[in-house]
Design a protein around this ligand. Structure first.
Ligand SMILES: Nc1ncnc2c1ncn2[C@@H]1O[C@H](COP(=O)(O)OP(=O)(O)O)[C@@H](O)[C@H]1O
Ligand SMILES: [Mg+2]
Length: 263
């Protein structure tokens, strides 16, 4: 061991099968506090399977998951959450017609008073929502407005701020930018950087190297369940990531095929 602190999360040679389908095999990478680990890969590469293992939805069939350097075994999403691993899924689990502040506190409403006098403290919830969003640089005009009136990027941002507020040490984001336009994606990536700067270890799933490279510190590239490598940023350029993802030679072949025949 070096003097370096243990990563928040580490995967060692992890594998997972669905029946006869090998969804993941031999996957190793690390997630460190205050860093962004990007998981890249095309459809079917195994990205969702990987986050489900980190989030306690599935157990790995092979290999080891370490939390703070110690073997971890999450039997349920609740156990992963209790260990500080928060996951923001694509559908976000928000209720569009409900106010922003209600969504922010969904399932964890602050209360006031004791026993039979215990009441939900709405004023405090609104205040905390406004302050937490402001701390992330998110300017919400009115916490009473329904979440459904926010743009996709803003909604992702509220979900990120919520996870950070409730003490996430690891924040897993499943393709947060895939349905967004260029500008909105930029907004979400800024909040990813904010969470990182607050010391959270972020796992960012994407199939877009242009989104991953600027914000990422480490890049795990998956191809049909296998790892093409887990690279620190210094070792891989954006163009190399793009080529790796497309399967280098295949992309060159395609470019060749698409060229106009010489006249
Ligand atoms: N519940 C499941 N049952 C059987 N096969 C699955 C299941 N979930 C995923 N797979 C298969 O595992 C592989 C990886 O899938 P997935 O992790 O969803 O990839 P990605 O998120 O990168 O698109 C694919 O071949 C997929 O068809
Ligand atoms: Mg997926």
């Amino acid at each position: 061991m070096t003097a370096e602190t243990a990563p928040l999360l580490e995967l060692r040679d992890v594998g997972k099968d669905y029946g006869s389908v090998i969804a993941l095999d031999g996957i190793s990478t690390t997630v460190r506090a205050g860093e962004v680990t990007c998981v890249l890969g095309d459809n079917g590469a195994g990205k969702s399977t990987l986050i489900k293992i980190l989030a306690g939805v599935h157990r790995a069939d092979r290999g080891q998951l370490l939390l703070d350097g110690r073997p971890a075994d999450f039997g349920s999403p609740r156990e992963a959450l209790d260990a500080g691993i928060a996951t923001v899924y694509q559908d976000l689990a928000m209720i569009p017609l409900m106010a922003i502040w209600r969504n922010f506190f969904l399932g964890a409403e602050p209360t006031r008073g004791r026993g039979p006098f215990r009441r939900f403290d709405a004023a405090r919830a609104k205040d905390v929502t406004r302050r937490e969003l402001a701390a992330m640089g998110i300017d919400i005009r009115d916490p009473d407005q329904p979440v459904g009136t926010l743009s996709g990027g803003e909604r992702q941002s509220v979900a990120i701020a919520r996870a950070v507020h409730f003490g996430a040490r690891v924040l897993i984001l499943d393709e947060p930018t895939s349905a967004l336009g260029v500008k909105q994606a930029g907004v979400v990536l800024r909040y990813v950087a904010q969470a990182r700067d607050r010391g959270v270890g972020v796992v960012l799933i994407t199939h877009n190297p242009h989104h991953a490279h600027p914000v990422g510190d480490r890049f795990l590239v998956l191809n049909r369940g296998r790892s093409l490598g887990s690279f620190p940023k210094a070792d891989v350029s954006r163009d190399e990531l793009t080529r790796l993802m497309a399967g280098g030679a295949e992309l060159d072949q395609l470019a060749h095929e698409l060229e106009r025949p010489a006249t």
